[in-house]
Design a protein around this ligand. Structure first.
Ligand code: IMP
Ligand code: MG
Length: 182
């Protein structure tokens, strides 16, 4: 790993090596493969941040009929007083009565994931929605009762980049994960 990297206007230092990350991704992939071996699961990768995690995770899944698709969470400004509402963009597959595994890079406040799980289950009729995340920041949570079924690593409330995660859209191509220097 580089001793430090500059991304946009900030300096970041090494935090998690690619090897450490992949060890945890392998562990989670094995658990999902075992838990859902009798299902026909649809993995739903949340773009952009989760694309590298999803690529590694999905290749380690041993369920023969597993499928993957990609979505974006789109924010709208409410026409009334509701503020920002997030909706799914780009999901063309039906999830009715299917087991869905949401693949997300990181859960911070939890707003994005709460909204997504609610839409998949209650609006789109998924049978079961499992949440798989690379990183979880439990201390940043602003919603209650968000269940994370599969988590590679829990981290403190630090800002990180690399392995798909960005700062100002940059740093996604770093192989390892770096944390911002204060
Ligand atoms: P939430 O709705 O607050 O949970 O936001 C989650 C989203 O914020 C993630 O999908 C990331 O795109 C972004 N995010 C949260 N923490 C970080 C970080 O440390 N680095 C890069 N992106 C982050
Ligand atoms: Mg994201």
């Amino acid at each position: 790993m580089e001793p430090s990297v500059k991304v946009s206007d900030k300096t970041f230092r090494p935090y998690l090596s690619e090897e450490q990350i992949l060890t945890e991704v392998r562990r989670v992939a094995a658990r999902i493969s075992e838990d859902l071996k009798d299902e026909h699961p649809l993995f739903v990768c949340v773009l952009n941040g989760a694309f590298i995690f999803a690529a590694d995770l999905f290749r380690m899944i041993t369920i023969p009929d597993a499928e993957i698709t990609f979505i974006r969470m789109k924010s709208y400004v409410g026409t009334e007083t509701t503020g920002k509402v997030k909706t799914i963009a780009g999901l063309h597959e039906s999830v009715v009565d299917r087991t869905v595994v949401v693949v997300e890079d990181i859960v911070d406040s939890g707003y994005t994931m709460e909204r997504l799980v609610h839409q998949l289950k209650d609006d789109l009729g998924a049978k079961d929605v499992r949440v798989a995340v690379l990183l979880n920041k439990p201390n940043a949570r602003k919603v209650d009762n968000l269940k994370i079924d599969y988590c590679c690593l829990e981290i403190p409330n630090d800002f990180i980049v690399g392995y798909g995660l960005d700062y100002n859209e940059q740093g996604r191509n770093l192989k390892d994960i770096y944390v911002v220097e204060d």
